[in-house]
Write a protein of this length. Structure first.
Lengths: 272, 379, 69
């Protein structure tokens, strides 16, 4: 037996999952099904889409309509699904590399269209599946197997990127702040347009070890100490925010949703 | 024939008309010469029939959206040319292994790379067969007139749905942009094939269980209550990944056998004057039109020339070409590339007759005179 | 087999021994033993559920029936 939540929504014969001890992805995956459960969504109409990487193995464990696609392309597949059948609640589970490197173009355009897709980025700052290469969210100066002398790239702020491209809901939480993560995913799903939740996960196996950041407990302590809720941040002086990162709801500005706008075009012919 | 069904139509336009008649209700594409009219036409026509069009951010996104839409049950298509085809290849392989019906149109232009965007070519013949990585089945169809584009687009959808796989519709800039008279058939006269839906309930449904003939699994749609899993990884009958060599062999062999066991249904070709021919022209697409003119001219001069025109380019009509090769003295394969399809003809002829090419890859068509010179041995 | 105590259920075969639940339990209810979580001080559990919320492996949870009592 497992908890009633897990028994209800997971493919029990596929568990335990393949993720490493201390990997945060299981926390994020549970947050997604918890959000679905709390929203009492019709599971037959939920479609979970992923790309490639550690994150993207999640749908295989989740008992919904699930699609494990090619590297970086989850949002493009999801665009076809949502556009073809807007009744489906489409949730994309992706990683930092999958979503913002190889899939970066699909991210900005999915955000721009404001189609009703909720994207949850399992952001562990590294390419885990291939063994620890640096990603667009590996902090500058940190190491990866392809950045043996320290990464000189700058880091993407995925929420700012999505917001600038047109996403109408963005939020960030960490696997330490799992309760907040659940709330943000719920609010993201409730937003009719494109939503992105940056779920800061932990990779003790590659990112942690390569950068001597310790095990997942130590990395989660670091997340706890360095995350500042956006509500609190507005009251803090800039020097208190140096080196910190924001969590919470970062943007919420509903705009006309793509499939509803397209429906108007179709209906104009049905009336005629 | 009702007069209103007679139209002057461009090849790319006929492709859209055929697709809508076949039941296409989703198109995702990206602008690229010389296929763009197919996207334009789809954007205009689809909302009129309750369908969906989306212009994606790139070629890869277009084929991805098409596969996603097909999983919800809509007949789906994308159209492109060489550079876009190269970008779509990975996801065409995805559609092959995950068995997602879709149609990919490639209106060929000069290559490689950006090549000759506004000039015709037939350089993507081998790409159509072997472009995506790994062993996979391929169906590629290649019409050669505007009215045939209409008909073969319908057949491309029918085969995609029937065999649950991507079907490549090859065209070239000549037939894509050419305008010809077309008589649109009555819709009721068309044979339209839809994918087989599950015959069992969700509890019994295995999304990749071969049918009784060992071939094509029944296909549920997302949202139908079946809650199945789809992956580009090698998978077993349940749809979930497997590393087993036994499962892998079973899957890949079944995918190939979907084609091998149904060649009679899939192969389309046309032959003319092959009965007494000692010289056979073997040509496809726009070049087949030049070949026909060359044949007619040669026949007028008393030469025994025939024409074999494969419409199903892949799978290769091996048995038919072998038979012909044993009857004729030589086969001439004119094609607008430096020798691609001829490799298959040579392989199958196996030395039983001579096989010669007429080739050019400079953006100019092969004229009837070019082919006639070859027939007469004038170089 | 699941080990039960005061509504707290551990599924040892799924526990990968990461120690997250032990480190962040506000009442020091849990400890690691042979690389698996076990209940050291069940009486102290206040049912906050943080262990379940942060367990990446779904190996520890609060049983709902007992929580409701």
């Amino acid at each position: 037996m497992a908890s009633s939540l897990i028994e209800k929504y997971m493919r029990m014969d596929k568990l335990p999952h393949i993720w490493c001890p201390g990997c945060g992805h299981g926390i994020v995956m549970r947050a997604v099904v918890k959000a679905i459960d709390e929203l009492e969504l019709n599971r037959e109409k939920i479609c979970i889409v992923s790309g490639i990487g550690c994150s993207s193995r999640a749908p295989g464990y989740m008992n919904f309509n699930t699609l494990h696609t090619t590297h970086g392309r989850a949002l493009a597949f999801a665009t076809g699904i949502k556009h073809a059948n807007p009744e489906l609640e489409v949730i994309v589970l992706t990683g930092d590399g999958d979503c913002t490197a190889i899939g970066g173009n699909h991210l900005i355009h999915a955000a721009r269209r404001n189609m009703g897709i909720t994207t949850v980025v399992f952001n562990n700052n590294i390419y885990g599946m291939t063994g620890g290469q640096y990603s667009p969210t590996t902090p500058t100066g940190d190491k990866g197997t392809t950045a043996p002398y320290g990464n000189i790239d700058k880091v993407f702020d995925i929420c700012s990127l999505a917001q600038a491209a047109g996403a109408t809901y963005t939020g960030r939480a960490t696997v330490y702040h799992a309760q907040l993560l659940i709330r943000l995913i719920k609010d993201g799903i409730k937003n009719k347009g494109f939503s992105l939740i940056d779920a800061i996960s932990v990779c003790p196996t590659y990112y942690g070890r390569k950068n001597k950041k310790g095990d997942s407990v130590r990395i989660m302590e670091w997340l706890k100490d360095n995350a500042v809720n956006v509500a609190a941040a507005s009251k803090l002086p800039p020097e208190k925010l140096a080196g910190k990162f924001l969590i919470g709801e970062l943007y919420n500005n509903p705009q006309p949703e793509y499939t509803e706008e397209y429906k108007k075009i179709v209906e104009s012919f049905q009336r005629g | 024939m009702n007069d209103k069904n007679v139209r002057l139509m461009q090849g790319n336009e006929a492709c859209v008309e055929g697709a809508i008649a076949a039941g296409m209700r989703f198109f995702a594409g990206y602008p690229i010469t010389p296929s763009t009219e197919i996207a334009e036409g789809s954007s205009e026509k689809l909302p009129q029939v309750g369908g969906k069009f989306v212009q994606m951010e790139d070629e890869i996104g277009s084929i991805a959206a098409v596969i996603g839409a097909s999983l919800t049950g809509l007949k789906s298509m994308t159209a492109t040319s060489g550079p876009g085809m190269s970008l779509k290849l990975e996801n065409i392989g995805y559609a092959a292994i995950a068995e997602i019906p879709c149609v990919i149109v490639n209106v060929q232009r000069g290559g490689p790379s950006t090549g000759l965007p506004t000039s015709p070519a037939q350089g993507d013949i081998m790409q159509a067969r072997w472009g995506t990585h790994g062993d996979h089945p391929t169906i590629a169809l290649y019409p050669s007139s505007v009215s045939e584009i209409y008909q073969i687009t319908i057949e491309a959808f029918n085969m995609a749905e029937k065999y649950r796989m991507p079907v490549i519709l090859l065209m070239d800039e000549v037939i894509g942009h050419m305008r010809e008279r077309i008589e649109l058939p009555e819709r009721s006269a068309l044979q339209i094939i839809d994918r087989k839906k599950p015959s069992v309930g969700p509890e019994q449904y295995l999304p990749y269980q071969a049918d009784a003939d060992g071939g094509v699994p029944e296909m549920a749609s997302f949202g139908d209550g079946y809650r199945f899993h789809v992956t580009g990884l090698v998978h077993d009958e349940t749809g979930f990944p497997s590393n087993s060599s036994e499962v892998t062999a079973r899957l890949i062999n079944r995918l190939m056998k979907k084609i091998e066991n149904n060649l009679d249904d899939i192969l389309r070709y046309e032959e003319e004057n092959t009965g007494d021919a000692d010289t056979l022209l073997l040509a496809y697409g726009c070049t087949a039109r030049s070949a026909k003119s060359a044949m007619d001219a040669a026949r007028e001069e008393g030469m025994k020339v025939g024409l074999f025109r494969p419409i199903t380019i892949w799978p290769f009509p091996e048995q038919k070409v072998r038979e012909l090769a044993q009857r004729v003295k030589r086969i001439i394969v004119p094609e607008m590339n430096l020798g691609q399809y001829i490799l298959e003809v040579q392989r199958v002829a196996g030395g039983s007759c001579t096989v010669e090419g007429v080739n050019r890859a400079d953006g100019e068509i092969i004229t009837p005179e070019d082919i006639l010179d070859k027939i007469k041995g004038v170089f | 087999m699941a080990v039960k105590q005061k509504g707290l259920v551990i599924k040892p075969d799924w526990c990968k021994g990461c120690g997250i639940c032990v480190a962040f339990c506000p009442k020091d209810v849990l400890k690691m033993e042979n690389n698996k979580v076990t209940i050291a001080n069940g009486d102290a559990c206040n049912g906050c559920g943080l262990c379940e919320l942060r367990c990446p492996d779904f190996a520890i949870y609060l049983e709902e029936d007992e929580k409701d009592e």
